[in-house]
Design a protein around this ligand. Sequence first.
Ligand code: HEC
Length: 120
Amino acid sequence: MGCADCHTPRQHTSPDAAELLANQTFFPFTDLLLHDMGPELSDAVGEGGATPSEWRTPPLWGLGLILQRSDDARLLHDGRASTFHEAILWHGGEALDARRRYEALSPAEQEALVHFLGRL
Ligand code: HEC
């Protein structure tokens, strides 16, 4: 689908990090990088060195629990989405191809992906 191009499942800490944190493998589902998400997610205000449509890939781990435990949990930088499905449909720019692949899935396949995201 291409989601993992940005929501990179696995990261490994540097051997030069503090002793307890060095050489650790963890699974945040983010590359920690900025991406141009297109006009869909542009809010007309640049922050720091980022343009108005650039956002850092958020980690997906634990998001399912947050959505499960809170009635008013919101997704994306301005909280405009309240479900994984909605959040994916707002993806544009560098993520447009991934969104289109998601849109081309059958409802059952979309549900399976959303179910997977809820278990991270
Ligand atoms: C080009 C990089 C890129 C690709 C490809 C991509 N995403 Fe994202 N994703 C992002 C960025 C950046 C954000 C944050 C956007 C914002 O905050 O407005 C995000 C936000 C999200 C969120 C909301 C997370 C939160 O904490 O608010 C979900 C869920 C998500 N993506 C799932 C997916 C899925 C599923 C796919 C594949 C169909 C996908 N993404 C493909 C970069 C990407």
